[in-house]
Design a protein around this ligand. Sequence first.
Ligand code: ADP
Ligand code: ZN
Length: 289
Amino acid sequence: MIGAIEAGGTKFVCAVSDENFNIVERVSFKTTHPEETMKNVFSFFDSYKELKAIGIGSFGPIDINKSSTKYGYITSTPKPGWRDFNFLGEIKKHYNIPIGWTTDVNAACLGEYEMGSAAENKSCIYLTIGTGIGGGAILNGNFVEGFGHPEMGHILVKPHLKDNFKGWCPYHGNCLEGLAAGPSVEKRYGTKAQNLENNHEIWQILAYYIAQALVNYSLILRPEKIILGGGVMKGPGMLELIKEEFNVLLADYIEIPPVDEYIVKPSLGDNAGIIGGLILARKLAFESI
Ligand code: ADP
Ligand code: ZN
């Protein structure tokens, strides 16, 4: 048995599966205060005494630097109670088994890389465009990370000519997340994105920002595939609009796979993160040194 935690800012998903990822049990609960949330996590896993490892994909930013004193912490989140919370430490205190620790988007990226849209590829990027924007990348089987994990949501983009919104990122104002995450739509128009009509200009505006980001990621990382998830991708025609804008902005400068195979949705859907967590756990349980 292996376990996984998909720790999101809105909800937590916990699951236990066999070694072939057949899910035995899965629960989901709201992300509230850390104490209460962790109580729910423990009460789920406590009944599985034969658990061999747990993989965690967490909302962030998180500390992934093993030599840091805050390794395993959620760091500068504005989410009440979670700032500087020693997530990995709490889990390790309760379970004396290998625990995998990475970002929620890295976990989803791993799920898609091993078992989803990028299963045939050697590299991919997973980007979620929801309440926030975050991305993870895998090149030749390894997560892309350096001093910390990538922060693909906070790159700088040029404004759309029809968009005079100043952006809502508390750090940068009009970075990608500030201009194109779901809440930016509500802040512009006073209603949620899902309430706006299909021919509203916002879809083109969002696609323009997201396409700019994809051009930048493509130029820097040269991935074989880019997978786009998150609630905003449910907007009318978003994938097609993004691909069109992407082609215009890239201007054929570099060779990429055919765009319909290059920019895609997650084939694991909402399960990408939890499956990625299980893959992480299985690697630790059965493939470690
Ligand atoms: P989270 O990022 O919190 O995990 P989601 O990925 O579901 O959650 O993203 C939530 C965001 O997606 C909200 O800002 C919401 O307005 C937006 N959203 C949900 N449905 C749609 C839709 N059909 N079209 C555009 N945006 C949507
Ligand atoms: Zn920002």
